[in-house]
Design a protein around this ligand. Structure first.
Ligand code: GLC
Length: 714
């Protein structure tokens, strides 16, 4: 291979079927023939990828096939709920099924690599990319990411119905300062190790083929040049041998970060840190030759990166069958995938408040009002890949299909953004004549996702005025929120009879919403993020550590605000059903737990209502006394349960001693004997949880002796 051909394998260029960054795409035909562009992204459909692959395989000197990457985040053509929404289902089997379906559809269109799952723990609703994550908890992000990797990659990457997965954005991107996109990140080493890194370690252990470093820095070191965390941790520490692909132009952006004086230095920093592919930066292609001349890099480092890229292509089966992916797509999205989108949508919907107005009976007339009510693009959510708005079902269409004998009328009222309020009067007029109003408010897809940070994450535009006017009409109001984040707008919850969080449900959004509003499906979703009462509370999450002065209403000298509340509006795990559930006291299978042992924890769940329903049981632990302050709650397990009226079952979750180890005072993993509280319930709210306790002991022998013992390094 010539140097140019080697650097071509380390280059990924954007085609122009989608724009996902600041530089325009191209087709790069001549560069593919020359071998100086060895990988593409943002290109799909068999005729397109086959043409490009033919150039590489038949017209370049070496005939090395191309990677075709694409952001298949929550579906390819058939779109499923946005990740933050699908996380609300708390169902790894569902998460895997939708990823497998997305892989099949993407591979059909010639894609062989997705830039997903995104597992950035996200605790700041101002940050637009919270929409792409599985929420605030590292355990949920790890389980979610592992399921997605299994779905995308299957058992064999050479399977032409599967694609390579990319864990992103490595690491701690969710900690951007003030929720501002791409802003600097400063987190403690302990928070990095205990919160942000575990999801990545888990999904690389699941076999994830690639990793994408974050745009951001971490305590002054841009992740794209972070040798300790890429070469040091991914490769040497975790012995992972996959491909590291930079984010979009992130390598030349090292100059703007102020750690490289020119393109050659930026390229050298990234390559020496362990980055293999330069996405759209062309810093490797045009900077590394000079870096070699200046002695900033060695050819052996380039060769090692090339070998990792060629190995991925070989594992994908591209050398043996470069055209196996990329076949004729059906005229319309396959019915089974649309059905899966509808199922996932209903499972993702969170019923936040309900005075009994839901489920809808048989209303004579329903008024659908609001800018999201008939917008099929908005319901696809951000990062909707090859999803077509023309193939998506709007809320209005779904409700009309579900209520054939009901007159369903529509008025936009106000646009999603802007100051036009001229439509409010006509919206109020149809509200007055309706038996019930479905008020579809929230964000269009561009108001979250990348570059979607909002400093005031409430109802955009003049939607709050529309809400007030429609509520004043005096008819029951069901507010349906569509957004990539918890929206902070107290009036929604004060003026509505019921409130539903519909995130961005995807292709079958209208049908999924109608299924839940009519009661055909129980609202199965539970919040994967804490819902703040106001922006001042952010970041707010259940895994906080205690303080020496716990909040106490009226007592100045406690951890509180003098001008507002401490509790969130809704805790992690919140979500109502059309029935009610009782969760019993958790029962550990033994009174003690020693290193290497695993405890079963069972809890009875009963549907105490008159309708079938679904809930999620969460298992938390609390270590009240340790060598350092431990979080008030730590999530250790969860299980979604569906029960008929009056039915009961027993949920069984396991608790491995090794998972209870944490980083001690010396930042080494330690298992500390002592009392451990075990809590079970439906939300991260101590008042709603049933509690038990076990004794962690240094060894089974000690368990019989009864003596507490010294911490056990693990
Ligand atoms: C974007 C995003 C990243 C995405 C990549 C390719 O800037 O940060 O998540 O995978 O570029 O589109």
């Amino acid at each position: 291979m010539t140097l140019a051909e080697k650097l071509g394998q380390l280059t990924m260029a954007s085609a122009n079927m989608a724009t996902t960054g600041p530089m325009p795409g191209n087709r790069w035909d001549q560069e593919i023939r020359d071998g100086t562009v060895g990988n593409l992204f943002n290109l799909w459909r068999a005729e397109e990828t086959t043409a490009a692959q033919t150039l590489a395989v038949e017209e370049s000197r070496l005939g090395i096939p191309l990677l075709f990457g694409f952001d298949v985040i929550h579906g390819h053509r058939t779109i499923f709920p946005i990740p933050l929404g699908e996380a609300a289902a708390f169902d790894p089997d569902l998460w895997e099924r939708t990823a497998a379906a997305a892989a099949w559809e993407a591979a059909l269109d010639g894609v062989n690599m997705t830039f997903a799952p995104m597992v950035d723990v996200s605790r700041d609703p101002r940050w637009g990319r919270i929409s792409e994550s599985a929420g605030e908890d590292p355990f949920v992000n790890a389980v979610f990411g592992r399921a997605k990797v299994r779905g995308f990659q299957g058992q064999d990457l050479a399977d032409p119905d599967r694609v390579a997965a990319t864990a992103k954005h490595y690491v701690a991107y969710g900690g951007v300062n003030a929720g501002r996109e791409y802003a600097p990140v400063d987190v403690s080493d302990r928070t990095l190790e205990e919160i942000y890194l575990p999801p990545f370690e888990a999904i690389l252990a699941e076999g994830c083929a690639a990793v994408m470093p974050a745009f951001t820095d971490l305590a002054g070191i841009p992740l794209t040049a972070h040798r300790a965390l890429i070469e040091g941790r991914l490769r040497l520490g975790w012995r992972w041998e996959g491909v590291v692909v930079s984010d979009y132009t992130a390598i030349p952006e090292l100059i703007l970060h102020g750690v490289a004086a020119d393109r050659a230095e930026a390229a050298a920093l990234a390559l020496n840190a362990g980055v293999d592919i330069d996405m759209m930066g062309f810093a490797f292609l045009f900077g590394l030759p000079e870096a070699l001349e200046r002695g900033l890099v060695e050819i052996a480092t380039i060769d090692a990166a090339v070998l990792r890229v060629l190995d991925l292509k070989d594992r994908l089966g591209l050398f043996d069958a470069p055209f196996a992916r990329g076949r004729q797509r059906p005229e319309t999205p396959p019915a089974d995938l649309v059905a899966l989108s509808r199922e996932a949508g209903a499972r993702s919907i969170v019923l936040l408040r309900n005075d009994g107005t839901l489920p809808l009976g048989r209303p004579r007339r329903v008024a659908v009002i609001g800018p999201i009510g008939d917008d099929p693009a908005a319901v696809l959510g951000s990062w909707s890949a090859a999803g077509e708005r023309t193939e998506a079902r709007s809320y209005l269409a779904g409700l009309r299909a579900a209520l054939p004998r009901t007159e369903v009328v529509y008025a936009e009222g106000v646009p999603c953004v802007g100051d036009d309020t001229s439509g409010i009067a006509s919206a109020v007029a149809i509200a007055r004549e309706a038996d019930v109003v479905i008020l579809a408010l929230g964000e269009t897809a561009d108001l979250s996702g990348e570059g979607g940070s909002r400093s005031r994450p409430g109802l955009p535009g003049r939607q709050a005025e529309l809400l007030a006017a429609v509520a004043a009409a005096g008819r029951p109001v069901v507010t349906v929120l569509t957004a990539g984040r918890p929206l902070i707008e107290p009036a929604v919850f004060e003026r509505s009879n019921a409130v539903v969080m519909a995130w961005g449900l995807g292709t079958a959004a209208g049908d999924a919403l109608a299924d839940v509003l009519t009661g055909r499906a129980d609202p199965g979703g539970r919040l994967p993020v804490t819902w703040p009462q106001n922006v001042g509370q952010i970041p707010i999450f259940f895994g906080q550590r205690p303080t020496g002065r716990p909040p106490e209403e009226g007592n100045r000298y406690t951890a509180r605000y003098i001008d507002g509340p401490v509790p969130p509006l809704f805790p992690f795990g919140h979500g109502l059903s059309y029935t009610t559930f009782r969760i019993g006291v958790p029962v550990p299978s033994a009174p003690t737990l020693a290193p290497g042992e695993t405890l079963d924890v069972t809890a009875e769940v009963e549907n105490t209502g008159t309708l079938p329903g679904r809930t999620t049981v969460f298992l938390f632990t609390r270590d009240p006394v340790a060598s350092l302050a431990r979080p008030l709650l730590e999530l250790r397990g969860f299980e979604a349960v569906a029960l008929g009226a009056g039915e009961r079952t027993t949920v069984r979750l396991s608790l491995a001693a090794d998972d209870l180890a944490f980083l001690g005072l010396d930042m080494r993993r330690v298992f500390e004997p002592g009392r451990l509280e075990i809590l079970a319930g439906q939300a991260a709210d101590r008042a709603q949880l049933e509690a038990a306790a076990v004794d962690l002991v240094a060894s089974a022998a000690v368990a019989t002796a009864g003596a507490a013992a010294e911490p056990v390094p693990v």
